[in-house]
Design a protein around this ligand. Structure first.
Ligand code: SF4
Length: 417
């Protein structure tokens, strides 16, 4: 099979992995190597289905000895198979980099022969790229669940970011549809990488030339909609992963039917979007998973974003006076983001704020106006009831769209918490 055909097969196989968006590490070029990494992200592109991907995102091979029902590359799926050699990947990366097509590499792989054998191939590839071709740019690699810790350590010294995909939100689902994987084979490497990152940070504080270990941190991916777990389970799991393993990101991937025994349905893109919004609230807005759900409500609302939904359920905290509220409470107002909350605190030092000022600051008054007062006054008289407010806040822009029929949701939706 020629290289172009392999590229076609193996980039197609990689598009289902969403666990990469940006580099997350800044590193200047130097005279002994080529390339650099920018913290604001590697090169991005949009696939026809709307997913944001880095340009050189590929599988080393789509041959796999495992049979995960949600995966197009599972051994029981009858698809064309291909494999790159380590040198082919190294040359492709460097050639694409020199042509300015890419700024980094996201490398994943099916499992050939065994997890350890596959990890050896990944290490060999990265050593060629880093040591022989002296590529200093960004690399994100997928670790293979169940691989030996010594191999994880070697790989961790060569890559910027590593991800071990958790894939399914419960052990029960893992047993049912990915029987070759286990909770331990996924969480074990995550724990190892977390400890390795902490240790490297301590060592570098003492010895300047300590080799780096996964400097851009680790991330993971969870598939949404292939199994029956609720959003509550998914968001609680994500919270646990952030707290326990110090993950940089949890990526949510709406399940795209790939044949086999799993049900065929449109990918739940709106649900995926709501999960990203809830995730944002956990990471940057001081919310906990417990606050976003209740006994009666196991899933996030599809017509209200999670922050609006929380505010309507907790109306006793509102309206807040914009000239007095603290930063934590400002962040809880729908329509006020981190930047506008900080700007409000700064602007308050020189005078009292009114609604016009808030608009200039960047507050989305369309949502915020129902939850705030300026100098004791609300912007308009409205019925102060959850149902009346819900009517005002319902987000009609989003409807469940088919992934392939309409404009991709990712292109039309901007996170607007
Ligand atoms: S191990 Fe990875 S590549 Fe292989 S079937 Fe499972 S998800 Fe797909």
């Amino acid at each position: 099979m020629d290289i172009m055909k392999k590229l076609e097969v193996l980039t197609e196989g990689a598009k289902y992995d969403v666990a990469c968006t940006s580099s997350g590490v800044g590193r200047a070029g130097n005279k002994n190597s080529i390339g650099s990494a920018s913290a604001c992200g590697i090169c991005h592109s949009f696939t026809p289905d709307g997913r944001c991907i880095s340009l050189l995102k590929l599988l080393m091979t789509n041959v796999c000895i495992y049979d995960c029902a949600y995966c197009i590359n599972r051994k029981s799926n009858d698809i064309p198979r291909a494999a790159f050699s380590p040198r082919e990947i190294a040359e492709l990366t460097l050639n694409f980099y020199r042509r300015n097509y890419i700024e980094g590499l996201f490398l994943s792989s099916g499992i050939v022969k065994s997890p350890d054998y596959t990890m050896e191939l990944l290490i060999q590839t990265l050593r060629l790229i880093r040591e022989e071709y002296r590529f200093n740019g960004y690399i994100h690699v997928k670790a293979i669940p169940g691989a030996d810790e010594a191999l994880l350590r070697r790989l961790g010294h060569l890559t910027d970011r590593m991800s071990v995909n958790i894939e399914l939100p419960s052990e029960k689902s893992l047993v049912e549809i990915a029987p070759d994987k286990s909770k331990l084979s996924i969480l074990g490497p995550m724990g190892y990488v977390k400890n390795g990152i902490s240790q490297a940070k301590e060592e570098v504080a003492v010895f300047r030339h300590t080799p780096s270990f996964v400097p851009a941190g680790q991330s993971t991916q969870m598939i949404v909609g292939a199994t029956p777990e609720s959003d509550n389970t998914i968001v609680h799991l994500a919270q646990g992963l952030y707290r326990r393993y110090g993950l940089k990101r949890v990526f949510y991937s709406a399940y795209i039917p790939v044949g086999g025994k799993l049900p065929v349905a449109d990918p739940p893109l709106l649900r995926e979007h709501r999960l990203y919004q809830a995730d944002w609230l956990l990471r940057f807005y001081g919310f906990s998973a417990q606050e976003l759900f209740s006994h009666e409500q196991e899933n996030l609302s599809l017509h209200l974003d999670p922050k609006c939904h929380w505010a309507l359920k907790n109306l006793e905290h509102f309206p807040i006076e914009i000239n007095l509220a603290d930063y934590r409470m400002l962040l809880r107002v729908p329509g006020i983001g981190q930047t506008s909350a900080k700007r409000i605190l700064t602007a308050r030092r020189v005078g009292t704020l009114n609604f016009e000022n808030l608009k200039k600051i960047g507050v989305v008054l369309k949502r915020a106006q129902y939850f705030i007062t300026c100098n004791g006054k609300m912007r308009e008289r409205i019925a102060w009831r959850p149902d009346a407010l819900e009517m005002k806040l319902t987000d009609n822009r989003y409807s469940q769209v088919s992934l392939f029929e309409k404009e991709p949701l990712w292109l039309s939706v901007k996170s607007s918490l």
